[in-house]
Design a protein around this ligand. Structure first.
Ligand code: ADP
Length: 161
């Protein structure tokens, strides 16, 4: 078989953090191509608009031809089929992440058993980093740069307070 092993890394990335960046870079050791798929999360209020979230992630991986960044709507497993991906990549930080991801992963598998979910454990130094914490720091005028990929600057983050 010569099919490329492609993984989709789905999320809201609102905004992208060094935790996300690390999972993608490590994933490149496992997959030939990674598609970072930026979706709407019905349960979360949007901080940065979708186009800006995509643009920021493209900036982070602009020198990495094996990473593609797209937005998507609909079921993640349907998106995997559309782009020919056999793997769904997710990052795990805590037991709470695990409980949530277990449910989502099992439901995704029930819907489409051709797509396997693969989890990478975050590095200990990134365990506490989440988009919502970074968002709170930014909204309160703090310095979020230690948690943002080095390509992302304060000026890139155009949000309305
Ligand atoms: P979602 O809204 O789908 O949870 P997120 O953008 O919050 O999207 O997260 C996307 C993926 O990145 C998830 O698998 C999440 O567990 C993972 N992730 C988020 N923050 C980190 C981090 N600090 N280290 C490792 N993985 C992370």
């Amino acid at each position: 078989m010569t099919t490329k092993n492609i993984a989709v890394f789905p999320g809201s990335f609102d905004p992208v953090t060094i935790g996300h960046e690390e999972i993608v870079r490590r994933g490149l050791g496992l997959f030939e191509q990674i598609i970072v798929a930026v979706g709407e999360n019905a349960g979360k209020r949007e901080f940065l608009d979708l186009a800006l979230r995509v643009a920021l992630i493209r900036k982070v991986f602009r020198d990495e031809p094996r990473v593609r960044v797209e937005s998507y709507t609909g079921l993640t497993v349907d998106y995997c089929e559309r782009v020919g991906a056999s793997f769904l990549l997710r990052g795990l930080r805590t037991a709470a992440d695990f409980e949530y991801e277990r449910a989502v992963g099992q439901i995704n598998r029930a819907m489409n058993a051709r797509v396997e979910t693969i989890f990478l454990l975050t590095s200990p130094r990134h365990t506490f980093i989440s988009s919502s914490i970074v968002k709170d720091i930014l909204l309160n005028g703090g310095d979020a740069s230690p948690f943002l990929p080095s390509h992302v600057t304060r000026e890139d983050l155009k949000f309305n307070i």
